[in-house]
Design a protein around this ligand. Structure first.
Ligand code: ADP
Length: 412
């Protein structure tokens, strides 16, 4: 991306004051400015894949190369290509064997390399530059860039610039790695305590069921009432535990790709049809030809299931439910409309908060914990969309959410 030196001058100076080590690189002013431009967005995300993609893209740009890749040492000690620019990460080890072998060497020695191709590999003079990511005394990975079609040599100044960039990139990579580890620990912690609690609760519920069945004729009304309370609260706790596990999974496991809405939509509607018709309600699906959206297919089905289930639960018999979707600028807007009990404006403001349930007789009759919409909002926002509701008490509700239209197969 082109940029003007003068407009970055003051930022470079500030950067040098805030990060004195940038000044230690002994680079000339234009190179410092370019280095600053390349490093200033490296910390924009804590997602490791995003960070690595950004690092390699900026690295290629920094020295005017054509392609490159990053290899990291995995926790089990093996190196693995984790990001690439203008190269297929899957085939680098085979199709770019000389560069790959050199990168492995740098990983072992920790010595940066500026190496011309051997004459039998390329008759035209061409160099490859490889630098390690050094964290204290440990080499956590390497970065390699070169030209594929152009003839040219990197200079030792390029190498110094590249090393300075790698030093800054190492900090961003380590931050993302630490965050990833923390997320995984947090998820396993929640998953393990939830799992530990689930077994004793299931046993308590099982014995309450058994007592109720065995004492059906002998227990007095109070005893039956108390047993039912034990049973219903253990059921509640079991559902709460499942929801907690689900929330912790959203961030750890979301996988965004280009998805066609029609198939999951039709599947969810058809799963609900008999239940809805049994209550004397109708459901119709209005889906025009829609472009694919960025979503996680499994989570998308969960949101649709939640909204249709609510429409079904909070709409009296003979009511109508309409599921539809339409293009709205660069998004697809999905709507679930019902002719149910509706929601007053004060409740609408709190409806996506955890644990919220409206104070309404129909709501009290239904089992629920006020977590479904909260989870749906978390998922939709994580997918880059928005969620909302329009409603009037006694006149039904329309819950809607948007998802970005996909422009490529994978979201970068
Ligand atoms: P739950 O349904 O388990 O209580 P949700 O988070 O799905 O939890 O919904 C929260 C609250 O929002 C519900 O308890 C109900 O008061 C209200 N609500 C949700 N969907 C509708 C709807 N379609 N019509 C009326 N009220 C609704």
């Amino acid at each position: 991306m082109p940029f003007s030196l003068s407009s970055y001058g003051w930022r470079v100076e500030r950067e040098m004051m805030e990060h004195p080590n940038i000044a230690d690189y002994h680079l000339d002013y234009p190179r410092l400015a370019v280095l600053y431009e390349a490093t200033r967005e490296l910390h924009a995300s804590l997602d490791l894949t995003e960070t690595l993609n950004r690092v390699i893209e900026k690295a290629v740009w920094l020295v005017g190369a054509e392609r490159g890749f990053i290899m990291l040492c995995e926790s089990w000690g093996e190196p693995r290509v984790r990001a690439a620019h203008n190269l297929n990460p899957e085939t680098i080890a085979k199709e770019n064997e000389p560069d790959y072998a050199l990168a492995c060497q740098v990983l072992e020695t920790g010595q940066s390399t500026l190496k011309p191709d051997p004459p039998d590999v390329s008759p035209t003079p061409r160099t490859v530059v490889i630098v390690p990511f050094r964290a204290r005394d440990e080499i956590i990975g390497v970065m390699c860039v070169d030209w594929e079609t152009r003839v040219g040599q990197f200079t030792t100044e390029d190498l110094t610039l590249f090393e300075a960039f790698a030093e800054q990139a190492t900090l961003a990579i380590q931050n993302s790695q630490r965050y990833e580890m923390m997320e995984q620990n947090c998820y396993s912690y929640i998953a393990s305590i939830s799992h530990e609690w689930r077994t004793p609760l299931t046993v308590i519920k099982g014995f309450a069921d058994l007592l109720l069945a065995k004492m059906a004729d002998t227990a007095n009304e109070d005893q039956k009432k108390w047993l039912n309370i034990i049973r219903s609260y253990t059921s509640k706790l079991l559902t709460l535990i499942s929801s907690e596990m689900e929330i912790s999974r959203i961030d750890a496991h979301i996988k965004i790709s280009s998805v066609n809405l029609a198939a999951p939509f039709e599947e969810v509607v058809s799963d609900f049809r008999s239940q809805i018709e049994a209550k004397g309600q109708t459901i119709s699906l209005n889906l025009p030809n829609l472009p694919p959206v960025y979503a996680d297919q499994w989570m998308l089905s969960k949101i649709l299931t939640k909204l249709i289930d609510n429409a079904h639960k909070y709409t009296p018999s003979l009511g109508k439910i309409i599921a539809s979707a339409e293009v709205d600028n660069t998004f697809v807007r999905v709507k679930i409309t019902d002719t149910g009990i509706g929601i007053n404006s004060e409740d609408q403001r709190r409806i996506f908060e955890a644990d919220f349930r409206a104070d309404h007789s129909v709501v009290r009759e239904q089992e629920g914990f006020g977590l479904g919409l909260y989870i749906a909002k978390r998922i939709v926002e994580r997918l880059g969309g928005k969620i909302g509701v329009e409603s009037e008490p006694g006149n039904g509700s329309t819950f809607w959410f948007t998802l970005p239209i996909a422009t490529t197969d994978e979201r970068g």
